[in-house]
Each structure stands twice: as C-alpha cells, then as structure tokens.
Design a protein around this ligand. Structure first.
Ligand code: NAD
Length: 425
C-alpha cells in the first residue's frame, strides 16, 4: 500500500487503487493493527516477472513481459485473474492482487489473493499467436502456480478459450489433468454452470437482504443501472425476473435510456445486439450517463466504471440503496456524503463478489470431480452472499462503521487472525 500520493495527473485506475488502500489504512487504524501486520499486508508475498517468447506467424520471435503476483495466501491457495493489456503494469497487478485477498477473505473462501498480467495487445495477435502466448506464459510460470498454490482466472481480454489453453498447458507440463489450476473454463472442460451471471446474481442476493433490512418491497421498486455489459445486462434481467422490480433506466458508453413505466429488458438486449448500444431502443427517452445516476429511483446499480460517484454528484443521488456491482465506483469523499444522506451502500467487495465465489465453486467441483446443477450453484451462492452481507451489516452496526468499513473490518480481521494463528506476525 503506497503512502501519501499526489492525486494530480494520475489515471482513473490509479485513483481507484488509491481509494482501496485508503479504506484498508483507515480500517487498520480502527482495528489497531500493529505496524508489522500492516507491513505484511502492504507488499505482495511473491512477485514473479517473466519474459514470454512467442513465435509469430511471420516467422519472427517476439518477447512479451509478464507478471504473476501473490499478495497473500494465509487463508489458502491464491486466486486471481490474468489480464492481457497493452498498458499493463506490475503496480496495477499488485493492487488488484490485494483486492482479491480482501474479497476472498470477506466471503470466507479458503483462498488468498493474486493477479497476473501480460503486456500485449490482443487485437494485434492472430488466434494462433494468442494460443502460443498463453501456453508460453504457463511454461514460464508453471512452477509458481497450481491448484494448491495459485489458481488463474479470466480478466481483461482473457477468455474461456485462453483459460482452456492455459489449463491444458499446465496439465501437460505437470504430467496429469489439472482442471483445478485455472477457473473460468467452458463447462465441457471443467467449468462451473452459473459462472456467466454469478456476479450479477450475487449482487441480487445482497440487494434482497438490504431491502429486508430497510423494509422495502422490491416488487414496488424502481432501478437504474449504469453499464449494460456482462454484469449490467444480467443485473437488469435478474432484477425483473427475481424481484419483479421496474428497471427504468440503463446506460452504456454512448449514453442512457429511460422509461418511467419500466424498460422491456429483452427488447433492450436485442436492440443492443443489433446496434451495439442501448440508446434509441424503442419506447425510451435518451438521457446522459450523469442523469442515470441522479434519477429518482429506489436502487442505483453502477456496473461500468470506477469513480463515477464523486463529491460533485453524490449529493444528487436519490436512491435508497447503492449496490456497487462495478469495482471502485465511489470516491471516498462521495462515500461521506452518501453516508450523511442515509443511503445504504452495498460496497463493491461484497456486492460483486459472486463471481469469485462461483470460481471457488469451480475449484471445489474440479477437486471432487462432481459437478453441480445450476440450482445447486445458485443455492450455495445465495448462502455465501447472504451470510457475508449480514456479517458486514452486524459489524458495521456493532462498531459504528459504514458498510464499506464494515466489509474491510470483516476481511482484515479474518486475515490478521489467520496470520497470528500461523505464527506469521
Ligand atoms: N465480469 C465480472 O464477473 C465482474 C466481477 C466483479 C466486478 N466486475 C466489475 O463490473 C464492472 C463491469 O464489468 P463487465 O464485466 O460487465 O464489463 P463489460 O465490459 O462487459 O461492460 C462494461 C459496460 O460499461 C459500459 N461503459 C463503458 N464506459 C462507460 C461510460 N463512460 N459510462 C457508462 N457506461 C460505460 C460499456 O458500454 C459496457 O456496457 C467493472 O467495474 C468490473 O470490474 C465484473
């Protein structure tokens, strides 16, 4: 975790990392954690940097820099995505690995946190080059990963096909089938059913519990969702299906759409498939992304970018529940304003943890060679998310913390207790 940083001239992503670290520091003070404990959590336990050679289609060889970072594995084998991005940096990978540590601990998964990345532009690579890159990366890092050590998962620009190549290469070098070394695989080769909409589904369970706490009848609620990608569109569909709630607005990078009587989500999905955007879907009014956030709705779901709720617009948020399916959508200054205004925030590390939870289920199924039905996956996800929500709620009430700090308090105390038990600190 960095010390004070100048917030001038830093990218949005660095800003999101900074917020995350701020939460951890604040929480560490509340929990009165000793300096050596914080030093242990400040830096990753292991950082591997590799050069990944790839034979290109034109006969030349290119070398791509790659990383794999384990932030902390006190609770179990590390778990984290692998990103293929032209602007990847080891600092980003380190921050994201720490984020995985907090999320896994909060959900009480027997896993630590890790992350990896390769600096590359997937749009410039052929299918064959992409496969050779994925396999070559595993050839460089295979000694540092595995089902009992560090499990890989998809992230930015890495797909189920890439995960399958990586699992296959790891199986080859280790001389046996090792489905549990990688998650996010297609169901046919050891993936879990229910992973596609797990993040949104997990978020819905936390919204259901928040509504009970606030005595809100979900069938009478209106919902606005920023972002209509994998997570946002699933959230819109599920809110209609599970709660019979009215989704009145959704948006994407080109703008938002609004209908006070409720959108027809199926039509919006079809419109987006045809035109690549939600805007101008039939029977809707076009609005801006800012307007989407400030609508007079009961539930607001950011499901796109970081830092969209800031000190400038937080006072205009009218929703009773803010369910953070996106990572880092709210700045610390905005958090204070939301809390003062009595908005119930379901923080990102809780709200969007359904994805990593079903990834954990994938590891369990791979280890047992016993595959669950969609109903079983949903039931287990519900149990995990509901339990985590109530732990955060009761901690925040008992310790007089907001929900975000409550979530970090639960996660940090679990990690610190385990480090003490194992004699690390
Ligand atoms: N996919 C997962 O399982 C998962 C898990 C945990 C957290 N998240 C978080 O959820 C968020 C969305 O992830 P995703 O997988 O749905 O991504 P995605 O790429 O499928 O969708 C992102 C959506 O955001 C929209 N968008 C981009 N710029 C925008 C802007 N300026 N204003 C409004 N909308 C804009 C895009 O048009 C798209 O609809 C991210 O913050 C991600 O980190 C995703």
């Amino acid at each position: 975790m960095p010390g004070p940083v100048t917030l001038k001239n830093i990218t949005t992503f660095e800003m999101a990392q900074h917020q995350l670290h701020e939460c951890v520091y604040k929480c560490a003070k509340i929990l009165e954690l000793e300096d050596e404990v914080m030093r242990m959590l400040e830096n990753p336990m292991q950082q591997v940097q590799v050069s990944v050679p790839v034979k290109m289609d034109d006969g030349t060889t290119r070398v791509f820099p790659g990383f794999r970072v384990i932030h902390n594995n006190v609770l179990g084998p590390a778990k984290g995505g692998i990103r293929f991005h032209p602007e990847e940096t080891v600092d980003t990978v380190k921050a994201l690995a720490a984020w995985m540590t907090w999320k896994c601990a909060l959900l009480d998964l027997p896993l630590g946190g890790s992350k990896g990345g390769i600096i590359c532009n997937t749009k410039e690579l052929s299918e064959g080059e992409l496969e050779r890159l994925s396999r070559s990366y595993i050839d460089r890092i295979w000694k540092f990963i595995g089902p009992d050590v560090d499990v890989l998962a998809p992230d930015v620009y890495t797909t189920p096909q890439i995960m399958t190549w990586m699992m296959d290469e790891y199986s080859k070098v280790s001389g046996k089938n090792q489905f549990g070394a990688v998650t996010g695989k297609p169901v046919l080769v050891g993936g879990s059913v229910g992973r596609n909409n797990a993040t949104a589904m997990g978020g819905m369970y936390t919204i259901r519990e928040a509504a009970k706490e606030l005595e809100i009848d979900l069938s009478q609620t209106t919902i606005a969702i920023q972002g209509f990608g994998q997570v946002g569109s699933s959230a819109a569909r599920l809110a209609e299906k599970l709660f019979d709630a009215k989704v009145v607005a959704v948006s994407d990078s080109r703008g938002g759409i609004y209908n006070p009587d409720g959108l027809n989500i199926k039509d919006v999905i079809q419109h987006k498939a045809k035109t690549k955007s939600v805007i101008y879907a039939p029977n809707t009014k076009t609005i801006t992304n800012t307007e989407v956030l400030e609508l007079d709705v009961d539930i607001l779901i950011p499901a796109a970018l970081e830092n969209v709720i800031t000190r400038d617009n937080a006072k205009n948020i009218k929703a009773k529940i803010l369910a953070e399916l996106a990572n880092g959508p709210t700045t610390p200054e905005a958090d204070n304003i939301l809390n003062q205004n009595g908005i119930h925030v379901i923080p990102d590390i809780l709200c969007n943890a359904g994805g990593v939870t079903v990834s954990y289920f994938e590891i369990v199924q791979n280890r047992c060679m016993w595959y669950w039905t969609a109903k079983e996956v949903r039931k287990r996800l519900d149990k995990k998310m509901t339990h985590a929500y109530h732990e955060v709620l009761s901690t925040s009430k008992e310790c007089n913390l907001d929900m975000r700090m409550g979530a970090y308090a639960v996660a940090l105390s679990r990690i610190v207790d385990a480090m003490k038990l194992r004699g690390w600190v």
